[in-house]
Design a protein around this ligand. Sequence first.
Ligand SMILES: NC(=O)c1ccc[n+]([C@@H]2O[C@H](COP(=O)([O-])OP(=O)(O)OC[C@H]3O[C@@H](n4cnc5c(N)ncnc54)[C@H](OP(=O)(O)O)[C@@H]3O)[C@@H](O)[C@H]2O)c1
Length: 357
Amino acid sequence: MRRRRASRVVVVVGASSGIGRATAHLLARRGDTVVLASRSAGALADVARECRAALPARGEARVVVVPVDVAVRESVERLFEVTRERVGRIDAVVHAPAVVAYGHFEEIPGEVFDQVMAVNLLGTANVARAALRYFKAADEAGRRRRGGHLVVIGSLLGRIATPWMSPYVVSKWAVHGLARTLQAEVRHVRGVDVSMVYPGGVDTPIYSQAANFAGRVGRPPPPVDRPETVARAIVRTLDRPRREVSVGLANRFEAFGFRYLPAVFDWLVGPIMSRAGLSRTPTEPTTGNVFGPLPAGDAVHGQWGRHWLRGVGVGAVGVVVAGSGRWGSGRWGSGRWGSERWGTRRGLPRRTGARQG
Ligand SMILES: NC(=O)c1ccc[n+]([C@@H]2O[C@H](COP(=O)([O-])OP(=O)(O)OC[C@H]3O[C@@H](n4cnc5c(N)ncnc54)[C@H](OP(=O)(O)O)[C@@H]3O)[C@@H](O)[C@H]2O)c1
């Protein structure tokens, strides 16, 4: 006979939009108590209504809203205190918050770069620290360790690099490093797990909410998954802790190319990013949701749909081009084939003021 799974208490940080919101829906549907956290109390109230409607008719699961800014350590500590007071325990934390800034590295204002680091990297560290202190502490009766599971959402861009997204790429590389370090540290701590789920392109509002100094609105490069696909992977990981879970058809292929064929990768990444990673929609310079929430833009889905077939096409072209005899010819890394050529001739973000290289 199949045993009924015990209901858990899961804190979903970054629950107001995209992958976090889809994960909160799924957990509520399964009968888990969800604690919804992000900066925008208004957007979280909407998500709370959706989750309450999804809760099974029978069961003790609840939906609780606790606003937090992960870039502020005291705010994160308060999230854990309030959750303990209101719910009594925490079994798992899903950490999803991130913000993006597009543009040439030198044209992204320093304070925008710093704040992307504060949210994506320091925010992850703040939540991980509070979660691990809670999980490693003795339970309320003082008899045994509480235990718990931290699931960090990384990114394919924590494995590869792409132009015009430098703060995000740097922060995600650091987040991957932090997650691996924590995994090594908790290896012998019974009952405490740290997992990393890293998606490729996902159709969420993160692209339209981003800071932008590139002149064109960003979009997920194909293959594009739905946020629900990533949410299912997160919930599977909560059920069965794993070190790393990749979500995305091309993740391993792209990571392999980045690592073992760097010249080929650099040759392709500019044109692919220009055509598939930036839309044709123009935009004025904006700091987007980097310094504060833009609740009107929060939703589960973005506006880009699912273009995974196009992704297969792009991948296939990449393979064919890579195999077409240029390898070893010395032309891969040259300026002639480099991304700047595309930058000037194919309408990539032009540098404001500075001469295009
Ligand atoms: N979408 C993709 O293609 C993709 C690909 C790979 C990895 N990922 C990763 O998946 C995760 C979720 O991204 P998403 O696409 O679902 O993005 P999203 O739709 O923009 O959602 C981001 C969430 O983070 C919250 N957030 C932002 N700054 C915050 C802060 N300072 N404090 C607390 N919460 C904050 C936002 O809410 P508030 O604005 O209300 O705070 C929102 O709930 C991120 O870690 C991202 O890097 C996404």
